[in-house]
Design a protein around this ligand. Structure first.
Ligand SMILES: Nc1nc2c(ncn2[C@@H]2O[C@H](COP(=O)(O)OP(=O)(O)O)[C@@H](O)[C@H]2O)c(=O)[nH]1
Ligand SMILES: [Mg+2]
Length: 196
């Protein structure tokens, strides 16, 4: 553990197609409940202190628009982000392709594939599934990241998705600050995620 080397504030950006549930995920994380009606987002920043594995972490969580005509804004969001939650809907295969495009855009702009990313397949409560869990896992494998299926209606796995991205950020920070010869694998057995 190298807390002294870690930054004190991280910018986490949620990206994904329109209506996949980005805003709903943040609303669940921030315990604001679930909204049935759709309200298009342009951008919105939520500042939160999240405690993961008993360690607090200050984050700016940026909610974005999935609209195709937001190209310039999207580039700014990517520059702003230290880490990304890429969201697709399990009911929409096209939203999975969109995530792959976004991954390419992020890694091209950041000039590295070592970007903290978590893949989130949302709307896991829906019966009209177009993307199987296995297919989602294959995409996660291609992108080199973890997959978490969430339900922002009930909040299932939502905390886990954000805990996951924070752990990945910490791992990268520790890795960046550790001499190559001394790098070890870290285990993450604790599950706690407290949002303030
Ligand atoms: N059934 C179900 N509906 C969801 C879920 N998450 C979001 N929705 C609905 O999908 C629509 C779009 O959600 P929103 O969070 O605004 O998507 P965004 O455009 O990605 O921010 C809204 O009507 C939500 O109520 C979910 O996990 N399950
Ligand atoms: Mg939204």
């Amino acid at each position: 553990m190298q807390d002294h080397c870690r930054r004190s504030l991280y910018n986490i950006v949620l990206l994904g197609d329109e209506q996949v549930g980005k805003t709903s995920l943040i609303a669940q994380l921030c315990k604001q409940g679930y909204f049935q009606t759709y309200n298009p987002t342009i951008e919105n920043v939520h500042q939160r202190l999240i405690v993961v594995d008993d360690i607090p972490c200050a984050v700016n969580i940026l909610d974005t628009s999935g609209r195709e005509d937001c190209n310039v804004l999207r580039q700014q969001w990517i520059l702003y982000g230290d880490a990304f939650v890429l969201v697709y809907s399990i009911t929409d295969i096209n939203s999975l392709w969109k995530v792959q495009h976004l991954w390419r855009e992020i890694t091209t702009m950041k000039k590295t594939t070592r970007v903290p990313i978590t893949l989130v397949g949302n709307k896991s409560d829906r019966q009209d599934r177009q993307v199987s869990y296995y297919y989602g896992l294959k995409m996660a494998d291609i992108l080199g990241c973890q997959l978490i299926e969430t339900n922002s209606r009930t909040g299932a796995n939502v905390d886990d998705a954000f805990s996951s991205i924070i752990r990945i950020i910490r791992l990268k920070d520790d890795d960046d600050n550790t001499p190559t010869t001394a790098r070890t694998k870290h285990s993450h057995s604790k599950k706690s995620c407290i949002v303030q």
